[in-house]
Design a protein around this ligand. Structure first.
Ligand code: FAD
Length: 472
């Protein structure tokens, strides 16, 4: 009678509480991953995440083979698959990690009931967050809605326990598995994944290498470099963390070694933003779909398919926005500062609902994460629990000049502007015509005119906001 280990967004062997517990039973372990697109519905993994998932599962499969175990892949209804496996194998225990995603929690509940009726138990362990979401509560017992007190409450706990070791050996149970290649997780025609292949190494090994390299070479410069998109000064660990190829607990403890200082403090603060988003989603399952501030439901959003398409394709005529959107398309990731700029531009200058931006990010980000994506879009739109004030509207030109002063980030992703000097690169429409023609640019032909006048877009957004405020 094996113990079943049900992998989810925790595709690793080290610091895996559920795997550890399964091994501790002393029984053979049956490792399984289930692709359940019907249960996740609109939030089934998007295109870029599917690419990542394929490679991450391949890496996990290989790592398990190193322990003489075979990863069992099954597609379909999670509860039916688990019940079937329990029935076939006679397993009495299923160990798994917990996720904050509402659809995953619904499955957990249904699985616990179904397995219970078969005389088996579902053991849910914490594998994706630093702390149990139920354990971080205000003094009054409620959920935190504001980041800083939440982060302080986490810090007061003194950090998570040390990570668990990976098993050295595994007594494995075997069952039939579907073939990963049959799941069609990779793009066929057109193959848009060349940029992803060049940028990333999915899997536990790739995650650890990136973490070690960043902590050794990047953490010292992180405070200054992390806001400059051209510097590649952040860890780029977000997809590895999303798929759980490295645990946030491991990363926290790895960051404690070495000199640390301000860089470590800021990294920990970012990991706590991730924790905060997971906590928000846990306590507000509507987070991905509806504004947490109800007044925003009455926002007079615009229906603007052409504006949305220009934004998605990186052809808005606003260079820092286009650079970010093209980086996203090419490598499935965008720098955080630029995510905030493109988000603000969509929601405020174009007055397009944040959910449309959220959906595009969902499909194109390799780190697409229900909690982080929804939490940050609500933050950008000003309708979240702890959000930037709605009337604070990023000016993309000033943001570009401040955070990409030499224009190198724009040059990298918008090559048609590469020959424009730094003082004009963030607002080409203001450059004298001879300067443009010297740089080989004809606005409206080689590079678009802005899809919206920035001043007028800003005023329109403020008017819309005043309207909901007076109605709220
Ligand atoms: P680092 O600066 O190295 O930070 C380390 C880790 O901390 C990150 O890997 C991430 O796990 C966490 N983190 C950092 N910033 C945030 C944040 N603002 N919120 C939550 N966690 C954070 N992040 C995602 O992982 N998935 C998403 O789907 C996602 N969508 C976003 C949408 C918008 C509109 C915005 C503004 C931000 C979004 N973020 C999302 C947050 C953030 O942009 C990324 O986590 C970050 O850019 C990842 O790069 P990094 O790993 O180099 O970050």
């Amino acid at each position: 009678r094996p113990a079943i280990l049900w992998f989810r967004n925790d595709l690793r062997l080290a610091d895996h509480a559920a795997l550890y517990a399964a091994v501790e039973t002393g029984r053979p372990v049956l490792p399984v991953f289930i692709l359940d697109d019907a249960a996740s519905g609109a939030w089934k993994p998007g295109g870029a995440a599917r690419w990542w998932l394929h490679h991450s599962l391949a890496a996990l499969g290989q790592a398990l083979e190193g322990l003489d175990a075979r990863l069992v892949l099954r597609r379909g209804d999670s509860v039916a698959v688990l019940s079937g496996l329990v029935g076939e194998s006679g397993a009495a225990d299923v160990f798994t990690g917990g996720m904050a995603d509402p659809w995953a929690r619904r499955i957990d509940q249904a699985a616990a009931e179904a397995l219970g009726s078969q005389g088996a138990r579902l053991h849910r362990m914490r594998t994706t967050t630093l702390f149990n979401p139920e354990s971080i509560r205000t003094k009054a017992g409620g959920a935190y809605g504001v980041y800083t007190p939440f982060a302080n409450a986490c810090l007061a706990l003194g950090g998570p326990k040390p990570p668990l070791p990976a098993p050295r050996s595994l007594r494995a149970a075997a069952r039939d598995s579907e073939r990963l290649g049959d799941w069609d997780l990779l793009p066929a025609k057109p193959d848009w994944a060349a940029g992803l292949r060049a940028a990333w190494t999915p899997g536990e090994h790739g995650a650890l290498e990136r973490a070690e390299a960043f902590l050794r070479h990047g953490l010292g410069a992180y405070p200054a470099a992390r806001d400059r998109p051209a510097d590649d000064g952040t860890s780029m660990l977000s997809p590895h963390l999303h798929f759980g190829e490295i645990s946030v607990v491991q990363l926290w403890h790895m960051a404690q070694r070495g000199p640390g200082g301000k860089g470590r403090e800021l990294l920990i603060r970012e990991l706590l933003w991730r924790e905060f988003c997971a906590n928000l989603l846990w306590h507000h399952p509507i987070l991905p779909d509806a504004p947490l501030k109800p007044a925003f439901a009455a926002m007079p959003w615009r229906d603007d398919p052409a504006g949305l398409a220009a934004w998605q394709q990186g052809r808005t005529g606003v260079p820092i926005v286009d650079a970010g959107m093209r980086q996203l398309w090419r490598i499935g990731w965008m720098h955080n500062r630029v995510r905030m700029i493109v988000g603000s531009f969509l929601v405020k200058h174009l007055l397009i609902p944040w959910q449309q931006g959220e959906a595009w990010f969902w499909d194109t980000l390799v780190d697409a994460d229900l909690a982080n994506n929804a939490g940050n879009w609500q933050w950008v739109a000003g309708c979240g629990a702890d959000a930037s004030p709605w009337f604070r509207i990023f000016n993309p030109v000033l943001q570009g000049r401040k955070f990409d002063p030499e224009g190198d980030y724009v040059r990298r992703w918008v090559p048609e502007l590469a020959r424009l000097e730094a003082r004009h690169i963030h607002a080409p429409w203001e450059a004298p015509r001879p300067v443009l023609s010297q740089a080989g640019i004809t606005l409206g032909q080689t590079y678009p005119e802005p899809v919206v006048d920035l001043g007028a877009g800003r005023e329109r957004a403020l008017t819309a906001f005043r309207r909901i405020r007076s109605e709220a």
